[in-house]
Design a protein around this ligand. Structure first.
Ligand SMILES: CC(C)(COP(=O)(O)OP(=O)(O)OC[C@H]1O[C@@H](n2cnc3c(N)ncnc32)[C@H](O)[C@@H]1OP(=O)(O)O)[C@@H](O)C(=O)NCCC(=O)NCCS
Length: 200
């Protein structure tokens, strides 16, 4: 990933560094956090290795959100190929995810950070479509995606396994660059139905 810094009203977003991993692990495995993640508990060695791989991956634009120098969350953005036939422009789609420390919850920080990463993806990285998935019961996540302006494109009835709840519904959200820039009504855009992985 490139060495980008994005500033918002209250936060600074920058690439995740090796020394951030211990701080992220202070909240990453809390039950109220893992409850809504597909990858629940992570062990510190493989988690650290995954962030090192991310740092070396030019398609990984994940960032740490910092408040007064303290990492309070991460927003992941993985650039991928969309779905299409030969000749399709590569690397035009990005998968979005986010995990924030609940100690800092309820102040709009996650919404602020996710909005900034979406803006960065469309306005700087030239991404044309962003997707994100969540459990339908993850009301805070649904709220963030809808406040960012993403459209619920898929309601998967009973499509997702939850360790405590069993088979539950999942949502897929997406947003096109044209809609972000206000150039076309989202409802006029074709709806793709490829499944997307959920936030890590
Ligand atoms: C989802 C998460 C990032 C939200 O973080 P946050 O700091 O509370 O987010 P924000 O403060 O920006 O606000 C989230 C919105 O959800 C709402 N919200 C928060 N918790 C809620 C709940 N339990 N029920 C309903 N709405 C809720 C907030 O009121 C806010 O909406 P509003 O601005 O209209 O009031 C955080 O809880 C988290 O990391 N959860 C675990 C991991 C996760 O779920 N990641 C996403 C996987 S798809």
């Amino acid at each position: 990933m490139e060495n980008t810094t994005v500033r918002t009203e209250r936060l600074e977003l920058r690439p995740v560094r090796d020394e951030d991993v211990d701080r992220i692990l202070e909240y990453r495995n809390l039950p109220q956090v893992t409850r809504w993640l597909l990858r629940t508990q992570v062990d510190s060695a493989s988690f650290r290795a995954a962030w090192r791989r991310a740092a070396a991956d030019p398609d990984d634009h994940s960032m740490a959100a910092t408040l007064d120098g303290v990492v309070i969350g991460t927003v992941s953005l993985d650039v991928v190929d969309g779905m299409g036939q030969p000749g399709m422009p590569p690397r035009t789609e990005a998968e979005l995810g986010y995990i924030f420390d609940p100690a800092y919850g309820g102040h709009g920080y996650a919404t602020e950070a996710v909005t900034a990463v979406v803006a960065h993806a469309f306005e700087r990285l030239g991404i044309r479509r962003i997707t994100a998935g969540c459990f339908a019961d993850n009301l805070a996540s649904v709220r963030i995606l809808e406040k960012v302006g993403m459209r619920r494109e898929q309601h998967g009835v009973g499509d997702s396994w939850h360790a405590e709840l069993g088979w539950v519904d999942g949502y897929t959200y997406a947003l096109l660059a044209d809609a972000w820039h206000g150039e076309a009504a989202p409802s006029e855009q074709p709806i793709a139905s490829a499944p997307v992985p959920r936030a890590r």
